[in-house]
Write a protein that binds this ligand. Structure first.
Ligand SMILES: Cc1ncc(COP(=O)(O)O)c(C=O)c1O
Length: 303
C-alpha cells in the first residue's frame, strides 16, 4: 500500500497483478482504491506471463506488481523493457524472495520499488509481523517514510493522510541478528532444492523451472502433478506435512472476483503441492519425503 500510495496510484488507476499469489499483493491494490487487473502466469515458473501483461495494458495502467513467487525472480528483463515502453511503474513483491537475485542484482532493486515481508515463515522472518520497502529514488523514499508514519514531516505535522506502518523495534532487533544468517540459510535451501530436483527427476511430476541468470532462494519447493490430492493424502498418512500455495486464485475469491478467466492459473491450483523445505530440514527427513513421493507413484503405477 505504501509503495502504491507513494507512486500516486489510486482510484481510477489499474495495476496489473498475478492472481496466483498471496492475496496481500492484490489486497494492497484494492485498498488504495485502484483496480487490480489479473493476468496469467508462465508455466513452470509460476510468475507473470509478460505477453499477458502487455495484452492487459490500457491507458489506465499505472503499475505492474511482479511477484517473485516461491523465491524465484519474475521475468524482470522483459518486464522492465515493457514498463519502459508502456510507461508504467514496476513494483517488485519480494515477500518470498529475500536474498534472491536476477542477473547478479538483488531482487527489489531492479524495479521502481521492492516490497519485503518479514512474517515469521519467510526466508528472513521476524518473531512477529514486519516488512520493508526499498527504492533508489530519495524523494520516493522520503515520501514512503512519511506515509508509514501518518504522513508526518520532521515536526510531526501530517502533510497528507498516512498510517502507522513502523517496523516494531523488537522485531527490528531480531531481524538484525537473523539477517547475518540469511545467505547461509538461502544456500541451505538451494542445496535441499538440488537434492529434490535430482531425486524427483525420474518421477511423473513437474519440478520447478529455474530462470536463467536467477538465483532462486526456494521459499517454497513446489511440484506439479495431476494426482495432487492423493499425493497430499499419502504424504499425510506418512507423517509428512506438505502444503498448497495457493489453493484458490485471488481472481476467484469473493473479495476480488471480476469475471476474469486465467486458464493456467485455474488449472495449476489443483495440481501444485509444496514439499517440506526449510533450513534445518535434515538429510534423513528429506530422504523420507523423497521415498514417500516415490512410493506413491510406484503404487499408483501398479493400480
Ligand atoms: C507474495 C506475497 N506478497 C505479500 C505478502 C504479504 O506479506 P505480509 O504478510 O508481511 O504483509 C506475502 C506473505 O504473506 C506474500 O507471500
Amino acid at each position: 500500500m505504501l509503495a502504491l500510495r507513494a507512486l500516486n496510484i489510486g482510484r481510477g488507476d489499474e495495476v496489473i497483478v498475478p492472481s496466483h499469489t498471496a492475496t496481500a499483493t492484490v489486497a494492497a491494490v484494492a485498498m488504495v482504491g485502484a483496480t487490480p487487473v489479473f493476468v496469467d502466469i508462465e508455466a513452470g515458473f509460476y510468475t507473470l506471463a509478460v505477453g499477458a501483461v502487455e495484452a492487459a495494458c490500457t491507458e489506465r495502467t499505472k503499475a505492474t506488481i511482479a511477484v517473485h513467487l516461491y523465491g524465484q525472480a519474475a521475468d524482470l528483463g522483459n518486464l522492465t523493457a515493457l514498463a519502459g515502453r508502456r510507461g508504467f511503474r514496476l513494483i517488485e513483491d519480494c515477500a518470498q524472495a529475500t536474498g534472491a537475485e536476477y542477473q547478479g542484482r538483488k531482487l527489489g532493486t531492479v524495479g521502481d520499488i521492492g516490497c519485503f515481508s518479514f512474517f515469521p515463515t519467510k526466508n528472513l522472518g521476524a518473531f512477529g509481523d514486519g516488512g520493508a520497502v526499498v527504492c533508489r529514488d530519495p524523494a520516493l523514499a522520503a515520501r514512503i517514510r512519511s506515509l508509514r508514519q501518518y504522513g508526518w514531516n520532521e515536526n510531526r505535522v501530517s502533510l497528507e493522510p498516512g498510517m502507522n506502518s513502523r517496523l516494531d523495534e523488537l522485531q527490528a532487533a531480531i531481524l538484525r541478528v537473523k539477517l547475518r544468517h540469511l545467505d547461509a540459510d538461502n544456500a541451505e535451501r538451494r542445496r535441499q532444492a538440488v537434492s529434490y530436483l535430482e531425486a524427483l527427476a525420474g518421477l511423473p511430476v513437474e519440478n520447478p523451472a529455474v530462470r536463467d541468470a536467477a538465483l532462486h532462494v526456494y521459499h517454497l519447493f513446489v511440484i506439479r502433478t495431476s494426482e495432487r490430492d492423493k499425493l497430499l493424502q499419502h504424504l499425510k498418512l506418512n507423517g509428512i506435512v506438505a502444503g498448497i500455495h495457493y489453493a484458490m486464485p485471488a481472481h476467484m475469491m469473493p473479495a476480488f472476483i471480476d469475471g476474469t478467466r486465467l486458464p493456467l492459473t485455474e488449472q495449476i491450483v489443483s495440481e501444485i503441492i509444496s514439499l517440506p523445505l526449510y533450513p534445518g530440514l535434515d538429510e534423513l527427513s528429506q530422504a523420507q519425503v523423497v521415498s514417500a513421493v516415490g512410493n506413491f507413484f510406484d503404487m499408483h503405477a501398479k493400480q
